[in-house]
Design a protein around this ligand. Structure first.
Ligand code: SF4
Length: 169
């Protein structure tokens, strides 16, 4: 124990103080107030991966860390579509996932919205001629908003969510 504390006092503080992104702070403030106004302070998101490389999900995972802390703004990821307001869809629409995405969309109670994240869900391009792809996502379900990027950073996702919420009446 003595050795541990001796080492701690000798080494000092090794971690850096985070420099807070002032623009992000302002975006988060605005998003929190929009969610309070338009969703009574609680916006539930069901994330669905229709065939992604997992990088979009990794960026979304970062939204729950203490730095981005989306829950503080009243935005939650939920396990059941029945508890969701918004479907956050990532990945190219694959043949195998198409029926599951439609089923999940149907399970979300009204009013509901779909926000696509990353370039994949909007993509047709080289993939749409293969048997395994049913792109784009918009040909199967209505898309309310798109957050571009490959993958979008957590800050871009937060910005995109703000743009989406601001569009709602
Ligand atoms: S948009 Fe890019 S990062 Fe996101 S799932 Fe597609 S390939 Fe991966």
């Amino acid at each position: 124990m003595v050795r541990f504390w001796k080492k701690r006092t000798e080494l000092g503080i090794l971690t850096k103080h985070l420099e807070f992104d002032k623009e992000l702070v302002e975006i988060k403030k605005e998003l929190k107030s929009e969610v309070a106004k338009k969703f009574a302070g609680s916006l539930a998101i069901r994330m669905v991966d229709s065939g992604s490389c997992n990088a979009c999900e990794a960026e979304c995972n970062a939204l729950s860390n203490p730095y981005y802390d989306l829950e503080r703004l009243g935005i939650y990821f939920v396990a059941s579509p029945r508890h969701a307001d918004v479907m956050l869809l990532s990945g190219i629409m694959t043949f195998n996932m198409t029926s599951h995405v439609i089923e999940t969309y149907n399970q979300i109670p009204n009013p509901k919205w779909v926000v696509t994240i990353g370039d994949c869900p909007a993509m047709e391009g080289v993939f749409d001629k293969t048997f395994a792809i049913k792109a784009p996502a918009s040909s199967h379900i209505p898309i309310a908003h798109h957050i571009p990027g490959c993958p979008p950073s957590p800050k871009e996702i937060i910005k995109g969510l703000l743009e989406f919420v601001k569009k709602l009446d």
